[in-house]
Design a binder for this molecule. Structure first.
Ligand SMILES: Cc1cc2nc3c(=O)[nH]c(=O)nc-3n(C[C@H](O)[C@H](O)[C@H](O)COP(=O)(O)O)c2cc1C
Length: 181
């Protein structure tokens, strides 16, 4: 699909089918993420794919209890991807301190969107998940406590008929201008 069509087609999916996702497709999504640009080519990410049913259920129980239960729809997703934010290269960190910019978060965002768009192109649905119990996720997957997890991605097949209505977006003339602010 042409990129703009793909972007128009993608929506957050919160209602997944109980169908396993082929490993080859997951690897294609990882490949798209792997090729993402990053500040100083730091590649400050590690993607932990959880597609084992029992482990995924345990992960969701730990991630989406209490105040995070709004995201418990993720229990339906056959795959959860945990994105560990790794340390950027020295130059990117120093540059980021000077600029007051968290380049690593931009990097993670770009890589995750590559993942998500590749998934969409393969007929798979995704939902970015930023609201979750980070400690719980770490303990289930033996991720050291000092590591940072900023985002998860729910992944799986979905029924397009069941998708909600379009999310509104601001028009171009409100979000962009030519030649001055
Ligand atoms: C960084 C980030 C965090 C998000 N966290 C959540 C989340 O925790 N739960 C959820 O249901 N959706 C989450 N979303 C999805 C947004 O709600 C969604 O992208 C937005 O409403 C636009 O809808 P659309 O993706 O269908 O176009 C997140 C999206 C981003 C980019």
């Amino acid at each position: 699909m042409a990129l703009l069509d793909l972007v128009k087609h993608r929506k957050s999916v919160r209602d997944f089918l109980d169908v396993p996702v082929e490993r080859e497709k997951i690897v294609m999504c990882l490949e798209a993420a792997r090729l993402a640009p990053s500040a100083c080519n730091s590649q400050p990410w590690k993607f932990i794919v959880v597609d084992d049913r029992q482990l995924k259920d345990k992960l969701c129980d730990a991630a989406f209890g209490g105040i995070y239960s709004v995201n418990s729809f993720c229990k339906m997703a056959p795959v959860m991807v945990v994105v560990v934010s790794e340390k950027s290269k020295f130059l990117a960190r120093i540059g980021g301190m000077f600029r007051g910019t968290k380049y690593y978060l931009i990097d993670i965002g770009v890589a995750c969107e590559h993942f998500v768009l590749q998934a969409e192109d393969l007929g798979l649905g995704t939902c970015w998940i930023g609201w979750f119990n980070e400690k719980g996720v770490k303990s289930v997957l033996n991720i050291p406590q000092h590591k940072k997890i900023d985002i998860l991605i729910a992944l799986g097949y979905y029924d397009r008929e069941k998708l909600g209505s379009e999310h509104g977006r601001e028009p171009i003339d409100k979000i962009a201008s030519f030649n001055s602010y």
